[in-house]
Write a protein that binds this ligand. Structure first.
Ligand code: WTA
Length: 571
C-alpha cells in the first residue's frame, strides 16, 4: 500500500543530511564521543551515569522521573551514580565477580535502574526478566544463564523455583520480607551500610554486560549476549533517531525486560545525559496522555499496539490533554499501520516514525528519520554505518521490489556477540557474511524497506516475541493435552494473538471449562502474554514424517490460504 507520502519535517535535527552522512560517517569517528577513546578505560555505566554525575552542569539534572499509581520519585544523575555505587558494593560484599550473571526480576521501579547499573559497575552481566513471567519462564532463563544472584520482590519470589536452581547463591529482596536464611539479602538494610564510593570495574569493549532472553521458532528461549561496545551505536542512534537534545524530556514506554526498554529506555537517553521518564503500572489512555502532559515529554518512543489502543480510545480523550510539549514520536516492535500514522497526524499533530531492529541487533537498524519523507507502511532506511539488504537463502542480494530475507552485513557495533551457551545457534544466523533477521521484506528503488512478515514461526503478540515451542511444551504438560501446535493469528489491535491447536488424551472431552483450565495452566505456568487466546481441539495435529509440527499448514488452514507444499506431511 503506497499511501500519500508525508513530506520531511521542517526543523533542525541532529541528522540533517542523511545521504551525506551515509557517505562520510565511520564508526571509528563515532568513538570520539567517548572519553575511553583517550583513556582506554571502558564501562557503559560510567558513560551513562557517572560521567554526568561528575559534570558540575549535569550532576543535579533529573535523570529519572519515576511515576506509578502509588509512588512518585525523581533521581538526579548524581543520586543514581551514588546509589548504584552502593549497590555495587553490596554485590561485591557477596562475592559477585566480573562475568557473573546477576538477574533482575522486578517491576519497573527506581530500584531496578539503581541495581542495573550497580551490576554493570562490578563488571558482572545483567539479565532483566519481564515482570509477567511465571515459573517456567523464570526457570528456563535462570537455569540457562546459571545466574548467581537474583534481585526480586517477595511477591515475585514465589515464581522462582529455587530447588531447580543450584547455581543461584543469593537473592536480594528489595521489599520487606520474612526470609531469614543466609541466602537472602535485605536490600534496604545492606544499602544503608554500603559506601557510596565504588571503584568501577574497567573492562574491555568486548566484555559482556547484558543478556536478554528472546524467542525463536524452535527450542527454549535463547540468551542474546551484548557487550559494552553496544554503547557506540546506542549513542549515535539516540542522537540521530531519537534526535535527543540536552533539554528534552524523553519517555520510552517499553519494559526493561525487553531490549527496547534497555537500549532505549535506559542507555540511549542516559548516554546523552537526557532526562528519562519511567512509568510503572498498567496501560490506560488517560494515564499515558497524562504522563506526557505532566512531565512535558518532548520525545516519545512507543509501540503500535499501544498506539492502536489510543486510536480506539477516540479523539475525545486526546483532546482533554495538553500534548503540546511533544516534538518527536517514534514506534517499534511491530508493523506500524498507515492508519495509525494518519491518526498521529490528525490527533497528535505529529508524524510517527517507525523504527526496525531486534534483540539481536542491539540497536536501531532501519528507521524513518525526522529530516526525511515518510512512506507510510515502510520502516525507512538503514542508519549510516549499517548495510542492510534483501537477500535470498544463500545470501545473494536481490534486486529492488523483490521479496526476500531482510539481512544486515555482519559487524555492526551493537550486534550480539553470542547466544549464551549455544554457539551453534549463533552461527545459524549468518549466511555468506549476512545476518538473516528472520523477517521478510523488500526494498523499493529509493532504498526504503517494507516489512512483509516473519519467515519463521515466531509470534509477535502486542509487540512481544513469543516462541511457539515454549507454549507447545507448556501445553503438553497439562494432563489433558496429547499434542499441541501453536501459531500466531492476525488480530486488529494486538497484531497477532496466540492460537493453539490441541488434541486430547483419552478420557478428556472438548468442553469450555477444560479449555479454560488449559489456558489458565499456560498463563499461570509460563506467562500471561504467552497464553493462547484461542484454543481449538482437533483430532490430528499435522506433522512431518520426522515428527515436526507443521505450523505453517495449521496457519494456512486457519486463515483459509493455499496450503502450499505438503509433500513432507505424515500420512
Ligand atoms: C518485529 C524489538 C515490523 C520483527 C526491538 C523483528 C518489527 C522482531 C518492527 C524483533 C517494525 C520490530 N516493523 N516489525 N518496525 N520492529 N519488528 O527482538 O519481526 O523483541 O524481527 O525486538 O519484531 O523483536 P524483538
Amino acid at each position: 500500500m503506497d499511501m500519500q507520502r508525508i513530506p520531511a519535517q521542517k526543523g533542525k535535527y541532529n541528522l540533517q543530511d542523511y545521504d551525506k552522512m551515509r557517505e562520510t560517517f565511520s564508526w571509528e569517528d563515532a568513538k570520539k564521543h567517548f572519553s575511553w577513546n583517550e583513556t582506554g578505560k571502558v564501562n557503559i555505566a560510567y558513560e551513562a551515569v557517572d560521567r554526568h554525575a561528575q559534570n558540575p552542569k549535569l550532576k543535579d539534572k533529573v535523570a529519572l522521573y519515576y511515576s506509578s499509581p502509588d509512588r512518585e520519585e525523581q533521581l538526579t544523575f548524581e543520586q543514581i551514580s551514588k546509589k548504584s555505587n552502593q549497590f555495587a558494593n553490596v554485590l561485591k560484599k557477596h562475592d559477585v565477580q566480573k562475568g557473573d550473571r546477576v538477574f533482575l526480576f522486578l517491576p519497573r521501579s527506581p530500584e531496578f535502574y539503581i541495581s542495573f547499573f550497580g551490576i554493570i559497575k562490578t563488571g558482572a552481566i545483567a539479565g532483566p526478566l519481564f515482570e509477567a513471567f511465571m515459573e517456567q519462564a523464570v526457570r528456563d532463563r535462570l537455569q540457562d544463564s546459571e545466574a548467581k544472584v537474583l534481585i526480586t520482590t517477595p511477591d515475585l519470589l514465589e515464581r522462582v523455583p529455587q530447588k531447580d536452581l543450584p547455581e543461584l547463591k543469593k537473592i536480594i529482596l528489595i521489599e520487606n520480607h520474612n526470609e531469614t536464611a543466609d541466602k537472602y539479602i535485605d536490600y534496604k538494610e545492606e544499602m544503608e551500610s554500603a559506601s557510596s564510593d565504588f571503584d568501577i570495574e574497567w573492562v574491555d569493549l568486548e566484555d559482556g554486560m547484558l543478556i536478554h532472553y528472546t524467542s525463536g521458532s524452535t527450542g527454549k528461549p535463547k540468551g542474546v549476549y551484548h557487550v559494552h561496545n553496544i554503547m557506540i551505536q546506542q549513542y549515535i542512534t539516540a542522537e540521530w533517531v531519537l534526535d535527543l537534545k540536552d533539554d528534552d524530556v524523553y519517555w520510552c514506554t517499553a519494559d526493561p525486560g525487553w531490549v527496547t526498554g534497555t537500549s532505549y529506555g535506559i542507555f540511549g537517553p542516559w548516554l546523552k545525559g537526557v532526562s528519562n521518564v519511567v512509568r510503572g503500572g498498567r496501560f490506560s489512555p488517560e494515564a499515558w496522555y497524562d504522563t506526557i502532559e505532566k512531565y512535558n515529554v518532548s520525545v516519545w518512543y512507543t509501540a503500535p499496539t499501544a498506539l492502536r489502543k489510543l486510536v480506539s480510545a477516540g479523539e475525545d480523550v486526546v483532546k482533554r490533554f495538553d500534548l503540546s510539549s511533544l516534538r518527536h514520536v517514534m514506534s517499534v516492535g511491530e508493523p506500524l499501520n498507515p492508519e495509525v500514522i494518519t491518526w498521529g497526524l490528525e490527533a497528535l499533530n505529529h508524524r510517527i516514525h517507525d523504527t526496525w531492529w531486534m534483540t539481536e541487533t542491539g540497536a536501531h537498524i532501519i528507521v524513518n528519520f525526522p529530516s526525511q519523507e515518510i512512506r507510510p507502511g515502510s520502516m525507512g532506511k538503514p542508519i549510516p554505518g549499517i548495510e542492510a539488504s534483501i537477500v535470498d537463502n544463500e545470501g545473494n542480494e536481490l534486486p529492488p521490489n523483490q521479496m526476500g530475507n531482510l539481512a544486515i552485513k555482519e559487524g555492526w557495533p551493537a550486534m550480539m556477540r553470542k547466544i549464551w551457551n549455544n554457539p551453534g545457534k549463533f552461527e545459524s544466523y549468518f549466511v555468506n557474511g549476512w545476518y538473516l533477521s528472520g523477517d521478510s521484506a523488500y526494498r523499493d528503488e529509493d532504498g526504503y524497506f517494507w516489512f512483509q512478515g516473519r519467515l519463521d514461526d515466531v509470534i509477535n503478540t502486542s509487540g512481544e516475541r513469543v516462541g511457539p515451542f515454549e507454549v507447545e511444551s507448556k501445553l503438553l504438560e497439562h494432563p489433558a493435552v496429547a499434542e499441541a501446535g501453536v501459531i500466531g493469528k492476525p488480530h486488529p489491535e494486538r497484531g497477532e494473538i496466540i492460537k493453539a491447536f490441541i488434541s486430547l488424551n483419552e478420557g478428556y472431552e472438548d468442553a469450555s471449562e477444560l479449555l479454560e483450565d488449559i489456558r489458565q495452566f499456560v498463563k499461570t505456568g509460563l506467562s500471561a502474554h504467552a497464553a493462547p487466546r484461542e484454543l481449538e481441539v482437533t483430532d490430528a495435529i499435522p506433522k512431518t514424517r520426522s515428527g515436526k509440527i507443521m505450523r505453517r499448514l495449521l496457519k494456512s488452514r486457519e486463515l483459509g490460504l493455499p496450503t502450499g507444499d505438503t509433500s513432507t506431511l505424515e500420512k
